[in-house]
Design a protein around this ligand. Structure first.
Ligand code: MOS
Length: 727
C-alpha cells in the first residue's frame, strides 16, 4: 500500500480498540519472568557453553601478538578465537568501526578475542590469561582540542550548512542579542539489558537469539561479518530490555557468540560485560554548540544561528544537533552549520533522540536567556516566534503544529502564573525553588514496514512482522490495530515479533516504530479484508467487521467461519509517497519543571515535571504515557548526572559502568504528569499517528536547566549540571 495522499476515514477511526488504554499484552510474561530475553533462552537442545569477550587495551594501533596458551590450558575452556585467527577485519554496512578481525585497533575495547568455556566463570578467568602485545599509535581524543581541525559535511547532504537571508547583518544590527556556547558531554545509552546473544549452529545454518532494535539491519550485517548467505542465518529477538539506540546496529556479542559456537561445536551465549559496553559499543558524541539569536525590542527574532561541533572515527557521522533550529522558530535571517572532528574514541552514533535531544539542550537554554534579556516571559517569547511553515522553505507548511497549544495548556496545568520571574527569589527553608519551561520538538520519520496477517480457522488473527518491542508496547499497539481492523477483541489477536523469518518492518528507532509498524499491519489487514470479501463473494467496498462478524449488505457471517478450514493470509508493506516533501511532519510539546536547590550544598532535586505532547493520534494512552515518563526521566539524567568522562591521554571512557555513569533512580524522580493533545494527523499515515517516545525527552534537560537558573540565578551552560557548577 502506498500512502501518498491525506487519509480520509478508515476502519481505525472507529477507535473501539485503537486509542484505548490497553495494558501491555506482554506485561504478565515480563513481570513473571517468563518472557525469554536473549541470554535466557534455555530450551534450545544441547548444552550451552559460555563466551567471554576480550577488548583491546589500547585505543589506537596494531596487535603485534596474542598469546593464548595459558587461556587454552585453563580449566573448562573449550575454544579461544582471536581477531588474528578470525582473519580479515569485518564490519556491517551500518557499523563505523570494524567489529572483529585483523590486527588493527581503531578504539579502546574493540573486540580482539572470545573465550568459550563450560561455565561463565571459567570463560571469564581464562580471558584474563590472554596476553597481548601492541604497537600503540597516538590518537585524537579531545573534542575541544580537535575542534579547530573539524571539517564540514558533504555540501550535497542534508547535514550541509543552511543559510537564509543575511544572518550576519541581521544579528549585528539586532536590538537585543545573545551569543553563547553550550556543551553536552559524551553519553551512554545505559539500557538495563546488556548486549547479549545466544548462537547455535545446525550444520551450516546459524540461529542467533539476540537483543536488537532492527532485525533486518542486524541480519544483513551479521551475514556480512560472518561472510555468509543471509538465508543461512536466522535472527530472533522477541524481547528486549531497552535499546535507546544502542541496539540499532549489529554489535559484537552476536558475532562472538557465532564464532565461539562454531569453534567450540556447542551453542554459546555471550553478554558484553557492563565495563565493555561504554567503550566497545556506540555512544552519543559530545557536542560544542554556539547559538546566536538577535531580536527586535518587541521580541521578534530577526536572526537565529546555530553551529555545532562533534567528533567521530573516520567514516563516522556527526551529531546533528542543529536540526531543530532549522524548523522550530520563525526568523527571516538564519544559519546552521555542523562540523565533524576526527576522534579515535569508540563509535559515536544514535542515542535517545539523536540530534534534537542534545540540540534542544542548547537551544532551549538560549531561548530562556534571550527571553530574560528581552524582559519577556519565556512562554510569551516562544509564542511570539511560532511559525506554521518551515522557516527555511516557507512554501512547506507543517502538517500540524500546535506548539502554542502545548505551551498554553501546560502553563495553565502547571501553575506557571505562580512562577517568580526574578531568579533566586523563592525560598522554602534551606531550598531555593525554581521553575523552568522548554519547547519539545522531534521530527516524524516515515520508514517502509511490512507485515503478514492470518485469519485462522476458528477466528483468531495472527500478525507476524520483524518489528521489535524494546519495552515500548509494540506487541500491544499492533494487536490493537489488527483487532480494530477485524472487529474483534484484542485477546483474539496473537502478535509475533522479532524474527528474521517475518516480513521486514520499520524496526524500533527514531520514534518511527509505532506509527510505521502499525501502518504496515494496517496495510496487511486491508489486504486480508479484501481476501475475505473475495472468498465470501462479498463486495469489498461495503464490507464491515464488527462484533466478530463480517457483514456486507444484508449478509452477515461469523469471522470464525469466514476463514474456512485452511485460514486466509495476506502480506503487505506500507510505503510512503511524497507527502513529507510538500509538508513538514514534526511533533511538538512543552516541558515544565520545578526544582529545589539546596542553598548550602547546591544539591539539585527535581520536584515536579509536566509534559504536554502534540503528536498526532495516540494509539494507546497507557503505553504512550510510559514512553513519555521514561523519556522525561532520561532528560533528568542528561541534565544532572550523565557524562562519560574521557581519558584524553589514553583515549577511553573512564566511568564505564553504572556505578560511575549515573542514571536517575526512582528516588530522583518526582511527580510526573503527561498530557496528550487530542490530535489525528491525516498526512502522517493511515493510523494518523506520529512518534511520541523521543519527543518526551527532547527539551526536558533544558527545562531542568532553566528551572535551576530560576532557582539560583546561576546559568550553567555545560552539562551535566552538577552541584560544583552552582557554587
Ligand atoms: Mo533511537 S536513538 O533511533 O533508538
Amino acid at each position: 500500500m502506498k500512502f501518498d495522499k491525506p487519509e480520509t476515514t478508515n476502519a481505525i477511526d472507529n477507535l473501539t480498540v485503537v486509542g484505548q488504554p490497553h495494558r501491555r499484552i506482554d506485561g504478565p510474561l515480563k513481570v513473571s519472568g517468563r518472557a525469554p530475553y536473549a541470554y535466557e533462552h534455555g530450551d534450545i537442545g544441547g548444552d550451552v557453553a559460555y563466551g567471554f569477550p576480550v577488548g583491546s587495551g589500547i585505543a589506537k594501533g596494531r596487535i603485534l601478538s596474542i598469546d593464548t596458551d595459558a587461556a587454552r590450558a585453563a580449566p573448562g575452556v573449550l575454544a579461544v578465537v582471536t581477531s588474528i585467527d578470525f582473519g580479515e577485519a569485518r564490519k556491517g554496512k551500518n557499523n563505523t568501526a570494524h567489529l572483529f578481525g585483523g590486527d588493527k585497533i581503531e578504539h579502546y575495547h574493540q573486540a580482539i578475542a572470545v573465550v568459550v568455556a563450560e561455565s561463565f566463570e571459567q570463560a571469564r578467568s581464562a580471558a584474563a590469561l590472554i596476553h597481548v602485545e601492541y604497537q600503540e599509535e597516538t590518537g585524537s581524543f579531545d573534542l575541544e582540542a580537535a575542534k579547530g581541525s573539524a571539517s564540514p559535511p558533504d555540501p550535497d547532504s542534508e547535514n550541509a550548512d543552511t543559510a537564509v537571508g543575511n544572518f550576519d547583518d541581521a544579528f549585528n544590527s539586532a536590538a537585543v542579542t545573545l551569543d553563547a556556547t553550550y556543551e553536552t558531554p559524551d553519553q551512554s545509552h545505559a539500557m538495563m539489558e546488556p548486549h547479549a546473544s545466544l548462537a547455535k549452529w545446525d550444520g551450516d545454518q546459524l540461529t542467533v537469539w539476540t537483543s536488537s532494535q532492527m532485525i533486518d539491519w542486524w541480519h544483513t550485517d551479521l551475514a556480512m561479518v560472518l561472510n555468509m548467505d543471509k538465508e543461512k542465518i536466522r535472527l530472533k529477538s522477541p524481547y528486549i530490555g531497552g535499546g535507546f539506540g544502542g541496539k540499532l546496529f549489529l554489535r559484537v556479542d552476536a558475532v562472538l557468540a557465532a564464532v565461539g559456537a562454531k569453534a567450540a561445536g556447542r551453542a554459546v551465549k555471550l553478554a558484553l560485560p557492563r565495563p565493555m559496553m561504554m567503550n566497545n559499543t556506540t555512544h552519543r558524541p559530545a557536542t560544542i554548540q554556539r547559538i546566536r539569536i538577535g531580536a527586535d525590542e518587541d521580541g521578534k527574532i530577526t536572526a537565529i544561528g546555530h553551529e555545532s561541533w562533534s567528533g567521530n572515527l573516520p567514516e563516522g557521522d556527526l551529531e546533528t544537533a542543529v536540526m531543530q533550529t532549522r524548523l522550530l522558530y520563525a526568523g527571516e535571517n538564519r544559519m546552521t552549520a555542523m562540523r565533524l572532528a576526527r576522534l579515535d574514541l569508540a563509535e559515536g552514533n544514535a542515542m535517545r533522540a539523536p540530534g534534537e535531544a542534545p540540540g534542544l539542550m542548547a537551544l532551549e537554554i538560549a531561548m530562556d536567556e534571550m527571553a530574560e534579556k528581552l524582559g519577556m516571559d519565556p512562554i510569551d517569547f516562544r509564542v511570539a516566534n511560532d511559525t506554521q511553515v518551515d522557516p527555511e522553505n516557507p512554501e512547506r507548511p507543517f502538517t500540524q503544529r500546535d506548539l502554542i497549544g502545548c505551551l498554553k495548556l501546560g502553563a495553565e496545568r502547571f501553575g506557571w502564573q505562580a512562577r517568580s520571574p526574578q531568579p533566586a527569589s523563592r525560598r522554602e527553608g534551606r531550598f531555593l525553588i525554581g521553575h523552568g519551561v522548554a519547547a519539545a520538538f522531534r521530527n516524524n520519520l516515515l520508514v517502509p514496514s511490512a507485515a503478514r496477517v492470518r485469519l485462522e480457522a476458528g477466528g483468531r488473527v495472527v500478525v507476524e512482522t520483524d518489528m521489535t518491542d524494546i519495552g515500548t508496547g509494540s506487541y500491544t499497539i499492533i494487536a490493537q490495530t489488527a483487532a480494530e481492523m477485524f472487529g474483534i477483541p484484542i485477546e483474539a489477536v496473537d502478535v509475533r515479533l522479532g524474527d528474521s523469518q517475518f516480513p521486514v518492518s520499520a524496526g524500533s528507532g527514531g520514534q518511527f516504530g509505532a506509527n510505521c509498524s502499525t501502518s504496515g499491519v494496517y496495510a496487511a489487514c486491508v489486504k486480508l479484508r479484501e481476501e475475505i470479501a473475495k472468498t465470501l463473494g462479498f463486495n469489498s467496498n461495503d464490507i464491515t467487521f464488527a462484533g466478530g462478524f463480517v457483514r456486507s449488505g444484508d449478509r452477515s457471517i461469523p469471522l470464525a467461519e469466514a476463514a474456512g478450514e485452511e485460514g486466509l493470509v495476506a502480506e503487505d508493506v506500507i510505503e510512503w509517497g511524497d507527502l513529507h516533501k510538500t509538508h513538514q511532519q514534526s511533533t511538538f510539546g512543552a516541558h515544565f519543571v520545578e526544582v529545589a536547590v539546596d542553598a548550602f550544598t547546591g544539591e539539585i532535586r527535581v520536584r515536579r515535571m509536566l509534559a504536554v505532547c502534540a503528536a498526532g493520534r495516540i494509539l494507546n494512552p497507557i503505553t504512550a504515557r510510559s514512553q513519555v515518563i521514561g523519556a522525561m526521566t532520561m532528560g533528568v539524567g542528561l541534565a544532572l548526572s550523565e557524562e562519560l568522562a574521557v581519558d584524553t591521554k589514553r583515549g577511553f571512557f573512564v566511568n564505564h559502568d553504572l556505578a560511575g555513569y549515573e542514571v536517575p533512580v526512582h528516588a530522583d524522580i518526582p511527580h510526573q504528569d503527561v498530557i496528550f493533545l487530542n490530535e489525528a494527523d491525516p498526512m502522517s499515515s493511515p493510523m494518523k499517528a506520529k512518534g511520541v517516545g523521543e519527543l518526551g525527552l527532547c527539551g526536558v534537560s533544558a527545562a531542568v536547566a532553566n528551572a535551576i537558573y530560576n532557582a539560583t540565578g546561576v546559568r550553567v551552560r555545560d552539562y551535566p549540571i552538577t552541584l560544583d557548577k552552582l557554587i
